[in-house]
Design a protein around this ligand. Structure first.
Ligand code: SF4
Ligand code: SF4
Ligand code: SF4
Length: 275
């Protein structure tokens, strides 16, 4: 029984995703939602299962399964703009479809449960950035996080301007915005990673989606907790953290707490099993 109990988290995640899949399938009368959320739920559950089995590339497998599916299948083949511009587009048209559902589940309300799990396990931008050599930042954090508000505003202004100008062929524009937007993200993300010697520099300073993700994940149900009675203050957890989180502080206001991507590197590295 004890052996089965440790697999409860992946089973629970699968049940949650299947509930969303079936609910959306039936309410929207669209089989796509059943396939989409079942696939994502299965991928995440598989990753959690592999992590429990101590397979060291578990997170990377989920990143590739979900990230490639979203980028190649939903983005390039199905022509869905899943970036923030796509969210604004559907938001302005008043349609609760594709990007709006994706944002609601992964980036706005979902983080109340699983925090920045999206950033650790599903984002197709980070899927590439995590292959770069600076898995742990080699320089102190810069105070330029305000740039995210500029990129956020620009994305909103871009789509609002298209609507105000009553531009035609919006579907085609949004598709090309997705292609060009992704290319820009990859170029800027890779350049910043090398400039700041930090794979996740783009996530820390530029990504507009963090304007949603950070405040919502502040209240996250799932978070890494420190058993302070076991901790010997060796500092190893902080040294391996890609996001500079002070995970030994259990308060919600802990340093860079809303940047935790639940990658579990700190948990794996703690010599006292305190996390
Ligand atoms: S911060 Fe942005 S780019 Fe980085 S993982 Fe999250 S959504 Fe992706
Ligand atoms: S690695 Fe473990 S023991 Fe060391 S500071 Fe972090 S929580 Fe404490
Ligand atoms: S190493 Fe730990 S604290 Fe840092 S992002 Fe990963 S899970 Fe969060």
């Amino acid at each position: 029984m004890k052996r089965i109990r440790k697999y409860w988290p992946p089973i629970m995640i699968l049940i949650i995703f299947e509930t969303v899949a079936v609910t959306l399938w039936l309410t929207k009368n669209n089989l796509f939602y059943l396939f989409n959320f079942s696939y994502i739920g299965l991928s995440i559950s598989l990753g959690m299962f592999l992590f429990i089995r101590k397979y060291k590339h578990a997170r990377r497998i989920v990143q590739l399964l979900v990230g490639l599916y979203m980028l190649v299948y939903l983005g390039l083949i199905c022509n869905e703009n899943m970036q923030i511009e796509g969210f604004w587009y559907y938001f302005f048209t008043g349609v609760f479809e594709a990007a709006t559902i994706h944002y609601a589940v992964a980036k706005i309300f979902g983080p109340l449960i699983f925090g920045r799990g999206w950033c650790g396990y599903a984002c197709w931008t980070a899927m590439v950035l995590d292959f770069l050599p600076y898995k742990v930042p080699e320089q102190p954090r810069k105070k330029i996080g305000w740039i995210r508000y500029i990129t956020f505003t620009l994305s909103l202004a871009f789509v609002a301007a298209l609507f105000l100008a009553k531009v035609g062929k919006m579907e085609s524009i949004m598709f090309w915005a997705f292609i060009i937007g992704n290319a820009v993200y990859y170029i800027v993300g890779i350049a910043l990673a090398f400039a700041f010697r930090d794979n996740r520099a783009f996530c820390k300073y530029i990504c507009p989606i963090t304007v949603f993700l950070k405040p919502m994940s502040y209240f996250s149900l799932i978070r890494i907790q420190c058993k302070t009675d076991l901790c010997v203050h060796c500092g190893k957890c902080r040294r391996v953290c890609p996001m500079d989180v002070d995970v030994t502080d259990n308060s919600r206001k802990r340093e860079n707490g809303t940047d935790c991507i639940l990658c579990m590197e700190c948990v794996k590295s703690c010599p006292k099993n305190a996390l």
